[in-house]
Design a protein around this ligand. Structure first.
Ligand SMILES: [Zn+2]
Length: 229
């Protein structure tokens, strides 16, 4: 009898569905299935602790760690893989006094690098020139966090956020700038404690029009003066 994660994997392979660390697989997961997957991941993490020669039976701090890890992956640090897209109701922006300016939203981000499963923390600045639809301000952050709560690379994350914001708003002019600190550079490897990585993705006027691009980065500077990270 195949385990549930094997059954779902087979189904995804059959459908040519990509299931990389940064991909969302929510269409294959229900709440009930998620609970079974958490059980299966618990068992697998128990195997990892055993292989690391950690006494998960007598060490009170390691007792229950496998289940804590399994739940943390599914419900927190990788929740953006298993949860469907946040529902971002769009409001029409087509009346006479429609908003035509640039909007820049600053979103706190918590993510994880898919190479080392180390935390990535930072902030994304999402810029958009309002199109026919507007979404609530908090939705930008919800969408950004949904993209971030997976195993990602910062370059990939900026692309994902830009694409999902375009999808939710119908806007073609979108800019995303991310500044983040990577656990994999701080806690291991080069152990550089203040290394900061920046990535930028520019679409439409943000890429093609020098004035729009400058206004976006001027706005980011203003935001950083107001709320320095
Ligand atoms: Zn890494």
């Amino acid at each position: 009898m195949k385990k549930l994660h094997e059954q779902i994997r087979d189904e995804m392979i059959q459908n040519n569905k990509r299931y990389w660390a940064g991909d969302n697989v929510s269409e294959y997961i229900t709440e009930d299935k998620k609970n079974i997957l958490i059980d299966e991941a618990t068992e697998a993490f128990e195997g990892v602790l055993d292989a690391l020669l950690i006494d998960r039976f007598n060490d009170p701090n390691s007792h229950g760690t496998a289940r804590r890890l399994a739940k943390m992956y599914f419900n927190e640090i990788m929740a953006g893989r298993y949860d469907p897209a946040p529902n971002a109701t769009a409001f029409p922006n087509d009346s006479q006094d429609r908003y035509e300016g640039m909007l820049v939203v600053r979103s706190e981000l918590r993510s994880m690098c898919s190479h080392h499963h180390q935390p990535v923390s930072g902030v994304a600045y999402i810029g958009i020139i309002a199109a026919e639809k507007l979404i609530g301000l908090s939705k930008y952050t919800r969408i950004a966090q949904w993209c971030a709560r997976r195993g990602t690379l910062q370059e990939e994350l900026a692309n994902d956020i830009a694409r999902e914001i375009q999808k939710a708003t119908g806007a073609k002019d979108v800019g995303v700038y991310i500044q983040a600190i990577h656990g994999c550079c701080e806690n291991r490897g080069i152990m550089a404690h203040s290394s900061l990585t920046q990535t930028t993705v520019l679409k439409g006027a943000f890429a093609d029009d020098a004035g729009t691009k400058k206004e976006f980065f001027d706005n980011i500077k203003l935001q950083q003066e107001f709320a320095p990270r």
